[in-house]
Design a protein around this ligand. Structure first.
Ligand code: SF4
Length: 306
């Protein structure tokens, strides 16, 4: 526990292009923020060393990122609590337990959509609820700006869709900057994973979007799944109907929802004759192997298109 008089320095796990948006948001709420340290091999090593072997890779990376943040001066950690059905809802509990066992002094706050306003008020009691809502609204506008509009399909280029686990699809240090690599190979990339969609789904504000695909996706499942599993099914159907040329499924090894939807995505791609490349990712991934598989996949699609 940090001493009550000590100034709080907040940090959260890095998450790709969204990282500066969240830093700005916290600062606009009057908090002192330490930008999350970059994710490096050392981050992965730290996370792997202090996690259970079969724990999913995003847990290991976020743990390593927290260790580096504390060592860089953060004492107040913020972790998203999905309150969902997979391990993400337990990350903060395990982070807290592990970091304390390692002897670090800090306070960890788990944020979800039910407690966010109350928590911000605790961090900065001088802010009115109206001011908090205004800051959140500005943060939302920034987030949408960073995401930009959906790309259009381009007939002359290879159009490749990305589906998969949220952290793996959004953090370039984890996915070896897959979007940039694909673009360098000449592909037009549709990353279907967006934080704004995730927020809308959590707040049940997106019921009308892609409605037919969601209805069809439900026929494959025997109830709620958790993670991005359900989203990946309907996004794959959506991209298939739009004529995507190839699909990449990015998943951390041992990820429960992504492993569950594997045969479903296989079936949809087979029915639509869409080449599918599945890239499981963990700390043993090899950059060379990754690059070769991407190049081969894009070449194959280019040849099919001709
Ligand atoms: S979605 Fe997969 S990787 Fe993410 S927390 Fe759940 S099980 Fe782990």
């Amino acid at each position: 526990m940090i001493r009550s008089m000590e100034k709080k320095v907040f940090c959260f796990p890095r998450i790709g292009k969204y990282t500066p948006v969240f830093c700005d948001l916290l600062e606009s709420l009057g908090l002192t923020v330490l930008p999350p340290p970059p994710i490096t091999e050392q981050t992965a090593k730290l996370g792997v060393r202090h996690s259970a072997d079969m724990m999913c890779y995003p847990f290991k990376i976020t743990l390593g990122n927290f260790i580096e943040a504390i060592e860089a001066g953060a004492n107040s950690l913020i972790m998203f609590d999905s309150r969902g059905r997979c391990r993400l809802r337990h990350y903060w509990v395990l982070h807290d337990l592990t970091l304390r066992r390692l002897g670090y002094k800090f306070q960890l706050y788990h944020v979800n959509f039910a407690n966010i306003l109350r928590l911000i008020k605790t961090f900065n009691p001088h802010l009115s609820y109206a001011a908090i809502v205004k800051s959140l609204g500005r943060g939302w506008a920034e987030l949408k700006k960073v995401e930009g509009p959906w790309p259009e399909l381009e007939r002359r280029r290879v159009n490749i869709g990305l589906v998969g686990e949220i952290f793996t699809c959004l953090e370039p240090a984890i996915n070896l900057d897959i979007e940039k690599r694909l673009k360098e190979l000449g592909a037009n990339v549709f990353n279907t994973v967006r934080i704004s969609d995730f927020v809308k789904a959590c707040l049940r504000l997106e019921a009308g979007e892609k409605r037919i695909y969601k209805r069809r996706a439900k026929t494959y499942l025997n109830g709620k799944l958790g993670g991005h599993g359900f989203e990946n099914i309907y996004n794959t159907m959506y991209l298939a109907d739009r004529g995507i040329d190839g699909l990449i499924h990015l998943l951390p090894l041992s990820c429960m929802p992504e492993t569950t939807v594997e045969p479903i995505l296989d079936k949809i791609c087979l029915e639509h004759n869409i080449p599918l490349l599945r890239l499981p990712i963990d700390e043993t991934r090899s950059e060379m192997n990754f690059e070769t598989r991407l190049e081969t996949f894009v070449d194959l699609i280019k040849r099919r298109k001709k």
